[in-house]
Design a protein around this ligand. Structure first.
Ligand code: AVJ
Length: 324
């Protein structure tokens, strides 16, 4: 899944649509009701996410950019000359550009994304700005094994880059599986650079996911608009309320859509009952500490190799190495 798709979302493919329908029907039929967070990102959803990154309360994106800019030279020291940079879930590659400008000459930049059209389009936009660099886009699901281009495998080392705290959308066991998969793909001698949001005071987290302008609420509700349009749903948008809160026990921000009344909703010909106050769980955004992400990574063979944070310790860039 990718979070940073802007304004150029290709049309959904038939297979994508079948998966969307199957997952929505299964999730609405389950108790508690839930829908995977990856479905937020249709064209409108991607634009709304971009707007979220600009509201004053949502600190993660601007804090991460700041950490990358302030420490680019230092972070780049982990990148050996001639290495290949592999970005998992490439998005708009804004963050990779910061790292690449500070890095020594590299063998290749390999943006990997599940959406083929998107990753090709981004590569085309990226190339003129880095004419010396080979840009080799790969279409793949980053959670499963995939092959890197031959040039990337021939390079003396591979550096994985996974910014945006996208890892926070995975359940912890999925995050561990992702890290294991990244190790398999990047092979021994690799470096992995991950951007991850840190555990912090609930007030700051709650504010970040409940911005005053209501952009996050719009982003959350847009999921229902998408279901109405693509799956013939009849959700009444004004009968569902945005709920977001930090769950301290599980170190995650949860987003839900709460039904304001008892009602029935139809989606793709199936009927679903809502109790008054019943919610659809739409997202988990897990927060880590340097220690908890380090423990998860170590458990699958990655050794901590560097940490950079901002002055408030809101966000972190964490680096790991896979022994030769
Ligand atoms: C793109 C997954 C990092 O979890 O903070 C923003 C998505 N959800 N506001 C996050 C999101 C609500 C974001 N990630």
């Amino acid at each position: 899944m990718v979070a940073l798709a802007v304004s150029k979302t290709p049309q959904p493919q038939a297979a994508d649509k079948a998966a969307f329908e199957a997952e929505v029907l299964a999730g609405l039929g389950a108790s508690p009701k839930h829908i995977p967070a990856k479905y937020f990102y249709d064209g409108t959803g991607s634009q709304l996410f971009e707007r979220i990154t600009e509201v004053p309360e949502y600190y993660p994106t601007r804090t991460e950019m700041r950490i990358l800019r302030d420490n680019a030279a230092d972070i780049a020291k982990l990148i050996a000359p001639g290495a290949a940079l592999v970005e998992f879930g490439s998005g708009s590659s804004k963050k990779a550009r910061i790292v690449l400008r500070a890095a020594p000459p590299l063998a290749a930049y390999v943006p990997v994304d599940i959406c083929g059209e998107m990753v090709e389009q981004e590569a085309a936009e990226f190339r003129p700005d880095f004419p010396q660099l080979r840009v080799l886009p790969v279409t793949a699901d980053i959670c499963f094994p995939f092959e890197l281009p031959a040039e990337a495998m021939a390079a003396p080392a591979r550096v994985g880059f996974f910014p945006g705290s996208t890892i926070g959308n995975f359940e912890p066991h999925e995050a561990a599986a992702f890290l294991r998969n990244a190790a398999k793909i990047l092979i021994p001698g690799a470096t992995l650079i991950i951007g991850v949001d840190l555990i912090k005071d609930a007030e700051i987290l709650n504010a970040a996911y409940n911005d005053k302008d209501g952009v996050t609420a719009k982003f959350n509700r847009n999921l229902l608009t998408r279901i109405n349009r693509e799956l013939h749903g009849n959700f009444k948008l004004d009968t569902f309320e945005h709920h977001a809160f930090f769950n301290r026990e599980r170190n995650r921000v949860e987003m839900h859509l709460a039904s304001l009344k008892r009602q029935k909703v139809k989606v793709a010909g199936e009927c679903f009952d809502f109790r008054a106050g019943e919610t659809i769980h739409t997202e988990n955004s897990y927060k880590y500490s340097v220690e908890t992400l380090g423990a998860l990574a170590r458990g699958v063979g990655w050794e901590p190799a560097g940490v950079w944070t901002d002055k408030d310790q809101y966000f972190s860039i964490q680096a790991f190495k896979l022994a030769e």
